[in-house]
Design a protein around this ligand. Structure first.
Ligand code: 13P
Length: 248
């Protein structure tokens, strides 16, 4: 049985002070042991959020990391730095980073491997554009992202990696994929994992859906057989995040 995960991706929102206010508001409402609740926050907020979630079941996540350990990479954050302040998860390969910061599948793969090297669980995002969906190449595109992004993973790592299926056309648009559309692609991802690592492992890997998830649509999406939770953008910046975590 896969443990449900609900992760918030704050993107470039909230100052450290605002971050503490939001976590204070949320923390009593999202105290669940049966679900992995993760807050992925901007690097500048990590320490403040780490302090605020102490003695709760909420886990700390980063939104990005660099694939080198240290060195002349102005503005970047390394896995060592994240690890030291208690980061357990890191988002890798979000479509915004792939498009605005030109992150290729090869870079995504290096980041996935680096996160694991430091005991941080990567949440690797994949997803198609509207054009790719209209051209009926969604599954093909996603399979390439999964295969290249997870290249070289050990069986144990493949079991623990989290994959987030986020159709680009559903991100921040209020246009959520239907339950069936989301399930179809999450199932295709699991089939791809089966080909790569075998069924036993594929059955253990968590696959999330992301794209306009809110407190009203979460329960139906999460009820689909291959959807193990959600990666939430806009709705994670407000009280509605608690409704998503507590969805049936
Ligand atoms: P929204 O929930 O705002 O659509 O964002 C989804 C997302 O990009 C999460 O990583």
């Amino acid at each position: 049985m896969r443990k449900r995960m609900v992760a918030g991706n704050w993107k470039m929102n909230k100052t450290p002070r605002e971050a503490v206010d939001l976590v204070m508001l949320l923390k009593d409402k999202i105290d669940r042991e049966d679900i992995d609740v993760v807050l992925c926050v901007p690097a500048i907020n990590l320490i403040a959020v780490a302090d605020t979630i102490m003695h709760t079941n909420i886990k700390l996540g980063a939104e990005n990391l660099h694939y080198e350990n240290c060195g002349a990479y102005t503005g970047e954050t390394s896995a060592t730095m994240l690890k030291e302040i208690g980061v357990s998860y890191v988002i890798v390969g979000h479509s915004e980073r792939r498009s605005y910061f030109k992150e290729s599948d090869e870079i995504v793969n290096k980041k996935v491997l680096k996160a694991f090297e430091y005991g941080i669980t990567p949440i690797m995002c994949v997803g198609e554009s509207l054009e790719e969906r209209e051209d009926a190449i969604t599954v093909e595109k996603i399979r390439i992202q999964v295969k290249k992004g997870l290249k070289g993973l050990t069986d144990k790592q493949a079991e623990n990696v989290v994959i987030a299926y986020e159709p680009i056309w559903a991100i921040g648009t209020g246009k959520v994929a239907t339950n069936e559309q989301a399930q179809e692609i999450c199932h295709a991802i699991r089939e791809c994992l089966t080909e790569m690592f075998g069924k036993d492992i594929a059955d253990k890997t968590r696959i999330l859906y992301g794209g306009s998830v809110n407190g009203k649509n979460a329960d139906e999406l999460f009820a689909m057989p291959d959807i193990d939770g959600g990666l939430v953008g806009g709705a994670s910046l407000k009280e509605d995040f608690a409704n998503i975590v507590n969805a049936e």
